[in-house]
Design a protein around this ligand. Structure first.
Ligand SMILES: Cc1ncc(C[n+]2csc(CCOP(=O)(O)OP(=O)(O)O)c2C)c(N)n1
Ligand code: SF4
Length: 341
């Protein structure tokens, strides 16, 4: 019994892919879905489960990656898959991990490490499902990964504002007007930083972008190898919601990183490590101007020079004034010394 309990706590051993030629050829998210041409979130699903391998259960919150990926009697998922409600990715991950553990402990199924991945969109993950994700990240005895695929809108219900929609974007809830040009005036929520900072039992939080496919898959593999709950935030260009030619999806992902708007980092056991092009920026490479990213997208077509300057200033502030760029927004009070008593 004790042996089975220990085994049920184990994770799979998933070595990083050393280059694109070493990536496995098998697909566990195949043809048959109905996502838009150039949908990066569909690519994230494909890479996520390719990285995880066949002994994986995927749980999907309502959203594009549920609705467009499932038609009655057909599905592109090759691994076991289940739909969960829009705000329930955290609860589904925890419940499934706990259920598997209980069944293995009772000897009702073979004791072996099985990956549990719950995905959610930014609406389901960073708005309504945030409480359940937070709760799951406090339960260190259950192994699961929550992957938030962020297309910066409630894309499935025709592009509304979410807590992760960028400042000023044109959505169905924030159409630019003639009197008031910028309707959406809130800055994007820092969800990965917030979850990493606030959950000491969660040993791994990372940000990824599928424009860097091998790096992205290796973060998924690492997350699944680390025991306990883990969290990944993926930025996914969406041709429909962002209003651009689908052939630009990859380029926009790269530009989000190169402009410094979406830094790539991982927090493992409390240590922050930047990687990829973000590391180069942290080490001194110049960031590209945000206008190169914004002006390729119709959702920012109403931006004036003043709006572009505001956006640039906010990104500069993150890089120049934050305790850790992209991660921790706190600043030290000048002259303040922390008490040691
Ligand atoms: C509680 C609840 N409210 C509203 C809906 C309607 N609804 C279905 S999908 C969706 C959008 C989800 O957005 P997001 O989580 O960002 O995923 P995306 O569609 O962008 O992939 C909404 C609002 C719902 N299914 N459940
Ligand atoms: S609306 Fe966006 S996220 Fe949804 S399927 Fe189309 S491209 Fe993908």
């Amino acid at each position: 019994m004790a042996e089975a309990t220990i085994f049920a706590n184990q994770t799979q051993t998933l070595e990083p892919f050393k280059g694109v030629k070493k990536v496995t050829i098998e697909e566990y998210f195949s043809s048959g879905h109905r996502t838009c041409q150039g949908c990066e979130s569909a690519l994230v699903m494909k890479l996520m489960v390719k990285a995880a391998g066949p002994r994986t259960i995927v749980l999907g919150s309502t959203g594009c990656m549920y609705v467009a990926n499932t038609t009655y009697y057909s599905t592109p998922w090759v691994v076991p898959w289940m739909h969960t409600q829009l705000g329930s990715s955290g609860s589904a991950a925890l419940g499934t991990a706990a259920g598997l553990k209980a069944l293995m402990k009772k000897g009702k199924m073979k004791a072996e490490p099985i990956n549990v991945i719950a995905f959610c969109g930014d609406g389901g993950g960073a708005d309504m499902g945030l409480g359940a994700i937070s709760a799951t990240l406090t339960h260190k005895e259950y192994n699961s990964l929550i992957l938030l695929y962020d297309n910066e809108s409630y894309a499935n219900t025709d592009i509304q504002l979410s807590g992760l929609t960028p400042y000023g974007a044109h959505t169905t809830f924030s159409p630019p007007g003639t009197v008031k040009r910028i309707i959406h005036t809130r800055w994007k929520k820092n969800v990965a930083g917030m979850l990493a900072a606030g959950h000491p039992e969660c040993r791994y939080v990372a940000t990824v972008c599928a424009s860097y496919a091998v790096e992205m898959m290796n973060r998924v593999r690492k997350a699944l190898t680390i025991p306990g709950p883990t969290f990944i935030h993926s930025l996914d260009p969406c041709p429909k919601g962002w209003d651009y030619d689908p052939m630009l999806s990859h380029e926009l992902g790269e530009l989000a990183i190169e402009t410094g708007i979406f830094p790539l980092y991982e927090v493992e056991d409390g240590v922050v490590k930047y990687y990829g092009k973000t590391k180069a920026i942290v080490d001194g490479r110049k960031r590209k101007p945000v206008r190169e990213y914004l002006l390729k997208q119709g959702r920012f077509a109403h931006f004036t020079e003043e709006d572009l300057a505001y956006f640039q200033a906010k990104v500069d502030e993150m890089w120049e004034k934050w305790e850790m760029p992209g991660v921790v927004a706190f600043r030290k009070q000048p002259g303040a010394v922390p008490s040691v008593n």
